[in-house]
Design a protein around this ligand. Structure first.
Ligand code: S3P
Length: 459
């Protein structure tokens, strides 16, 4: 049963459907210098809107990422019955409907390019007695959704329509009487874990997620911040067992969104590879389940110094001073992947500028991101004269200390390919061009102007 038409969020912000392509070229640049505050963390921004929409009362969010992915989530929670108001840049207020209180949206929920918004809200909708249809762009339509449908089916929800059995568009009928489940995630994925926990909110009793490798824990932390009872215990050598007591009264709570370490990764590597650079990145979130790239770059010899560490807003953060460095190749163990899953593209760029071989192990999950990032990383490097190989799920980059450049990189509707290739071009001997920089707006809309302000030659 579909509900009546409801007003969208009062934001004044819109998202594009990328009708035209916008190529961009990066040229070898003089030393980068200055301060940059990258936009708010994407994972936290999605969760703030979703939990705000499920809480009772008005949640004030500051520093929200106003990238296209998050705007799609704001429109989706409004369509599900929450009131969403944008008060100023990054400053938003959500009046929630209470756990289990989502209403059937009048229209298909469109998540654009965003796997996180789509999968987390599938979980939240699965625990409500409503029907909703989920869809996205051509990239999101290719991505696996069975990993969400499997656990939410155990909980009592049903997919009544899905392309190829488990791809978007998907129509989901939420559970009338959701049952709590104990679920072991088949891969280390915060999106699967979060979907199960958000579905379990509406179930009586305890919902448990077990993961063999710990993935980012923002959902657990934010649920506790909103008053839910959540415990997280070690499970085996690297895993976690997370248990949520169902049917909590979630109470609105203020959220301050720190800067996104996955976005900071781009100016960070740019500063390392452009000779003479000295850059400060401010307010970067340092949740240990997100800092695998910084640990790896330091292993490679990077001069990255945390100058102002603090933990005053729920998640730890720091300012980082990054100076151009001579890097050396390293071996990155598979166990590090969950803490840097979005950073392998830009790590591969750093590895190309390093002396020696970098081996990145256990990257099977990269094949199902916004694009097949394992293949795309190899193509990006090869097109610019870097020697690279894929062996099963491992990526091997033979660094020579410099990059010839001169290539055209296909971005495959993937923001991180576009930004990684452009960063690579800032130190390369010949310019590096990307076919379409438009998707950068999904996560880091001001990437080009902020990089130019440091001295990057992007046009
Ligand atoms: C995210 C989890 C990761 C990551 C994505 C954001 C999240 O995906 O790649 O960009 O906010 O939970 P997986 O959980 O599927 O690895």
């Amino acid at each position: 049963m579909l509900g009546g038409r409801r007003p969208g969020p009062k934001t004044g912000l819109s998202v594009t459907s990328h009708p035209t392509v916008s190529p961009m070229t990066a040229r070898r640049s003089a030393a980068l210098a200055g301060h940059m505050r990258v936009p708010g963390d994407k994972s936290i921004s999605h969760r703030a809107l979703i939990l705000g929409a499920l809480a009772v009362g008005r949640t004030r969010i500051s520093g929200l990422l106003e990238g296209e992915d998050v705007i799609h989530t704001s429109k989706a929670v409004a369509a599900l019955g929450a009131r969403v108001d944008r008060r100023g840049e990054g400053s938003w207020e959500i009046s929630g409907v209470g756990v289990g209180g989502f209403r059937a949206p009048a229209e298909t929920l469109d998540f654009g390019n965003s796997g996180t918004g789509c999968r987390l809200l599938m979980g939240a909708v699965a625990g409500c007695p409503i029907t909703a249809t989920f869809d996205g762009d051509a990239s999101l339509r290719k991505r696996p959704m069975k990993r969400i449908l499997d656990p939410v089916t155990l909980l009592g929800a049903r997919a009544v329509a899905a392309a190829d059995g488990s791809r978007l568009p998907i129509t989901l009928v939420g559970a009338r009487d959701p049952v709590p489940i104990v679920y072991r995630t088949p891969v280390a994925s915060a999106q699967i874990k979060s979907a199960v926990l958000l579905a379990g909110l509406a179930a009586p009793g305890a919902t448990t997620v077990i993961e063999n490798e710990a993935s980012r824990d923002h959902t657990e932390l934010m649920l506790a911040h909103f008053g839910a009872q959540v415990t997280s215990e070690p499970e085996g050598p690297h895993g976690r067992r997370i248990t949520l007591r169902g049917q909590p009264e979630l109470a609105a709570a203020p959220i301050v969104v720190p800067a996104d370490p996955s976005s900071a990764a781009f100016p960070m590597v740019a500063a390392l590879i452009v000779p003479g650079s000295d850059v400060i990145l401010t307010d970067v979130m340092t949740n240990p389940l997100r800092t695998g790239l910084i640990a790896t770059l330091r292993d490679m010899g990077a001069a990255i110094e945390a100058v102002n560490t603090r933990a005053d807003t729920g998640e730890p953060m720091a300012d980082f001073r990054v100076r151009a460095s001579t890097l050396r190749g390293v071996e990155v163990p598979a166990g590090r992947a969950p803490s840097m899953i979005d950073e392998y593209l830009i790590l591969a760029v750093a590895a190309a500028y390093a002396e020696g071989t970098t081996v990145m192990r256990g990257l099977q999950e990269l094949r199902v991101k916004e694009s097949d990032r394992l293949a795309a990383t190899a193509d990006m490097l090869r097109a610019n004269g870097v020697e690279v190989a894929i062996e099963r799920d491992d990526l091997i980059v033979h660094g020579k200390g410099h990059v010839p450049g001169g290539g055209l990189v296909a971005t495959h509707m993937d923001h991180r390919i576009a930004m990684s290739a452009l960063v690579m071009g800032l130190g390369a001997r010949a310019p590096v061009k990307v076919d379409d920089a438009g998707f950068i707006a999904t996560s880091f809309p001001d990437f080009a102007p902020l990089m130019r302000a440091l001295g990057a030659d992007l046009a």
